[in-house]
Design a protein. Structure first.
Length: 241
């Protein structure tokens, strides 16, 4: 049986409505104000916890632990732990500010007034090209910065990441709908922002806007003990005014 060939330019004759169906609009996106203190403390906690368990920790392990922890906490407690913004990169979801800390991106860290980081790192190419090993976190009193649920979820995320192979972690993260949607739109860039609304088990873009509002309030030096419900009540009042 012969197979017909498509004539050059045939795709240009495709009806416009067909082209539109093939190119769905990007999911709504919000931009969060990262909680710098929590990002730093969460990384420091993971490093300290890994040292206590005798585990080797790379920037890849940390980034994926933060992703699993933030996503789980968002779905189960109504907010992420770090309020970091996630982008889709070749090897999976990456938390932007945490990535800058792990890569020692000094110009970007200065924007957040980060002058020093409370941990050590060393080149570890034997673990993979460009890998660094992180150790000796000097974070203290993390319980005054992180909630009990933050700590529990971060600890469990670390266990998940260190209990899986690179391939298994890649399969999990690359299968996430928020990652898949963002990576499909990456084009020639190296990264693309992920939709917070798609990180919910059931996509929820209104809830993502509420989280954005919370992050903005927290960035205005409000107490970390402020009630989440009061944030949401104020947000909803503003929406209906």
């Amino acid at each position: 049986m012969s197979v017909g060939r498509m004539c050059p330019g045939a795709s240009e004759a495709m009806p416009m409505n067909e082209q539109i169906r093939r190119e769905p609009a990007p999911a709504p996106r919000v931009s969060l104000e990262p909680d710098v203190q929590k990002v730093t403390t969460a990384i420091g906690f993971l490093i300290k916890e890994a040292d206590c368990r005798g585990l080797t920790l790379t920037q890849y392990d940390i980034a994926k632990s933060l992703f699993f922890a933030d996503r789980f906490h968002l779905n189960n407690f109504g907010r992420p732990i770090t309020f970091d913004n996630y982008v889709a990169m070749k090897h999976g979801p990456v938390p932007s500010l945490a990535y800058d800390m792990l890569k020692l991106n000094t110009p970007m860290l200065r924007r957040y007034d980060v002058r020093g980081l409370p941990w050590q790192r060393e080149q570890a190419d034997h673990l993979g090209l460009g890998c660094f090993r992180f150790f000796e976190s000097s974070i203290e009193n993390e319980a005054s910065i992180l909630s009990a649920s933050d700590i529990e979820v971060l600890s469990n995320a670390l266990s998940t990441v260190k209990g899986l192979t690179f391939g298994q972690i890649r399969e999990l993260t690359h299968g996430d709908i928020a990652y898949k949607e963002a990576w499909a739109l990456v084009g020639e860039a190296k990264s693309n922002p992920m939709s917070l609304g798609l990180l919910y088990d059931l996509p929820d873009f209104e809830a993502a806007e509420e989280v954005q509002f919370i992050s903005q309030q927290k960035s205005q030096n409000l107490s970390s003990d402020d009630d989440l419900e009061s944030y949401l009540a104020e947000f909803e009042a503003g929406q209906h005014s």
